[in-house]
Design a protein around this ligand. Structure first.
Ligand code: ATP
Ligand code: MG
Length: 570
């Protein structure tokens, strides 16, 4: 392809609404253009990258036994009513009506369609397992579309659905996908972690998320370098910190002390001169119609997801100062578990603490030397806090670290959730009717492209990993008006193309500096520069995008050198 004929409009300035590197660079380098919030056109260079990602995904899905199909984007409301999701999906679903006023949705996901499809035509256990997938646009009216392709309202997803006879079968399908996903993200050269998306402690169906490590990721991940454990911060299993002092100390008598104006944990630390890990803080929640109290160590963050799962409630709202005053007649800062009029759920660490400070449920008073068991008995002692750097790993007890990640893939055991709701059944070997046991497995293809840029760029632009680069080589004659340079360039271009390589020839009548800048911005892995001096010695200059140095090679060796770099020589 000649640069002069390409449609890749570059921008000199970073658009002001682009906050993260991938968004900025994909716009600047002429890969994407915005049509509307969260809705983008993929220009030719981007589409080449996307096709390469899709091909890797496709190869691995096929290798794992998947069969590709393509389902409709327009989905009738009836199917969503059958599964019970029409009313619960909420505003994230794009809804529309046809000319007869019949309601439809633009597919945010395809469980309803595929379950119906398989139910219509699969009747026997002999036809199972089935792994069906598609690569297609999805539509979600995200509350905050942002970061370019990261959180779009129209985006490309690969979604595979597995249908099995039983849980064992599902386990096999799930493992196949787990392994296929690992191969995909390895082939894409991404640094990633697989995290448990639902903690085993809390229960629920098995689920894993594939997280590309990047500072701009929305998720915070806890990981252990000692073993393979990784989980989202809010789902990571926390062990109690047993290092807190006083572990072996004797229980001191409970004492009420006057603490006027003391409201926060910091106030308590200062006024009573106690370390933060010897303070218990109590938070009051309104949980489906009743008030409950949750107690965590003074420096810990209560994890509302864990609490919500524990209570099994639909609505969990923290009570503010005025609600607490109205219901309990004290200020928030004076709440405590001792003598509380509400059920108490205590974090594991509270049981490890001795002689701690907490509110006295009376304005301007705190209790010192409080102890769980002796002074109060909670409803439950359970993991309720957010994990932090330096916690003990729940698997190997090594120290965990935290990092941020972008969710690029998600695999999920659905079980019979949809097949039961939608009455999708088959006959087992005993002639019994049974619901299909299902799994679903998604990869955000367009998000993956952006995630790759988050991990692969420098101050000059994108550095595409070779397997997904839009083109592999760019040839830059320093002066396109010089016929000997252009002739050498064209000859190399032909030879490389002959080898099946994807090559750009920058034939534009621009200054060399401009052409180099554009080549760097676009992120093409290998650049061949043809300059007058080297050409006199029959040489050209080769530069790898990820290295600063250039090296000279004899012109007749250029092709094999490039092949070596791209590592595709037989
Ligand atoms: P998120 O928590 O980021 O909203 P999700 O849990 O809603 O993701 P899934 O329903 O599991 O996502 O979809 C599968 C994959 O599709 C995700 O892992 C992600 O890579 C991608 N994806 C989801 N929502 C978007 C979006 N709005 N824009 C781009 N990609 C998305
Ligand atoms: Mg979402």
């Amino acid at each position: 392809m000649k640069s002069s004929e390409m449609f890749n409009p570059t921008l000199r300035e970073v658009p002001s609404d682009a906050e993260i590197v991938s968004h900025q660079l994909l716009l600047r380098a002429g890969f994407i253009r915005k049509t509307s919030g969260g809705v983008y056109s993929y220009l030719p260079l981007a589409f080449r990258v996307l096709k390469k990602i899709m091909n890797i995904v496709r190869e691995e899905m096929d290798r794992a036994g998947g069969q590709e199909l393509l389902m409709p984007i327009i989905q009738p409301a009836e199917l969503w009513q059958e599964s019970g999701r029409w009313d619960v999906y909420g505003d994230e679903m794009f809804r529309l009506k046809d000319r007869h006023n019949r309601p439809f949705a633009l597919g945010p996901t395809h469980e309803e369609i595929i379950t119906t499809l398989v139910n219509q035509d699969v009747h026997s256990y002999r036809d199972l397992p089935l792994l069906l997938y598609q690569i297609q646009n999805k539509y979600r009216d995200e509350i905050r579309p942002r970061f370019g392709l990261m959180r779009g309202r129209e985006f490309i997803m690969k979604d595979l659905y597995s249908f099995d006879i039983d849980e064992d079968g599902l386990g096999i399908s799930y493992n196949k996908m787990y392994e296929a996903y690992n191969r995909i993200f390895q082939r894409l050269n991404l640094k990633y972690r697989v995290v448990e998306a639902d903690s085993g402690a809390i229960g629920g169906n098995e689920s894993h998320e594939f997280m590309v490590l990047a500072d701009t990721g929305e998720a915070e991940i806890v990981y252990c370098d000692n073993c393979n454990y990784a989980a989202n911060v809010e789902k990571a299993v926390c062990l109690a910190d047993k290092s807190s002092e006083g572990e072996s100390a004797a229980l001191e008598p409970l004492e009420k002390v006057y603490t006027p104006g003391v409201r926060t944990v910091e106030d308590v630390m200062r006024e009573l001169d106690v370390p933060v890990h010897n303070i218990a803080k109590t938070l009051i929640y309104w949980a489906d119609g009743q008030y409950i109290g949750a107690v965590v160590r003074g420096d810990r963050e209560l994890n509302e997801i864990k609490l919500k799962n524990l209570l099994g409630c639909n609505n969990l709202l923290i009570a503010d100062e005025s609600q607490v005053r109205q219901v309990l007649g004290v200020s928030v800062g004076s709440l405590g578990p001792v003598g509380a009029e509400f059920k108490i759920y205590a974090d594991l660490e509270i049981a490890e603490m001795k002689n701690f400070v907490c509110g006295a449920n009376e304005d301007s008073y705190h209790l010192i030397n409080a102890n769980l068991g002796r002074d109060f008995v909670p409803e439950m002692i359970v993991d309720l806090r957010n994990a932090v750097e330096g916690d003990r790993c729940p698997v190997c007890e090594g120290l965990v670290g935290t990092t941020r990640g972008i969710e690029v893939g998600h695999i999920f055991k659905l079980g019979t959730k949809y097949s039961q709701a939608m009455k999708a059944t088959f006959l087992d070997s005993a002639g019994q009717e049974r619901p299909f046991v299902m799994g679903c497995y998604g990869i955000g293809v367009s998000r993956t492209m952006a995630a790759s840029v988050e991990q692969n760029s420098d101050e000059d632009g994108i550095i595409w990993p070779i397997p997904i680069a839009p083109y592999q080589v760019i040839i830059v004659p320093v002066n396109a008006k010089k016929s000997e340079q252009m002739e050498a360039a064209c000859s190399l271009y032909e030879q490389l193309a002959e080898k099946g390589l994807e090559v750009i020839l920058d034939d534009r009548d621009e200054r060399a500096g401009v052409k180099f800048k554009d080549a760097d911005l676009t992120g093409i892995p290998v650049r061949i520069t043809i300059g007058p001096k080297a050409l006199q010695d029959n040489k050209v200059e080769i530069k790898k995008r990820w290295e600063k140095e250039v090296f000279l090679v004899a012109i007749e060796e250029a092709v094999s050198q490039v092949e070596d770099i791209l590592n595709i020589k037989e």
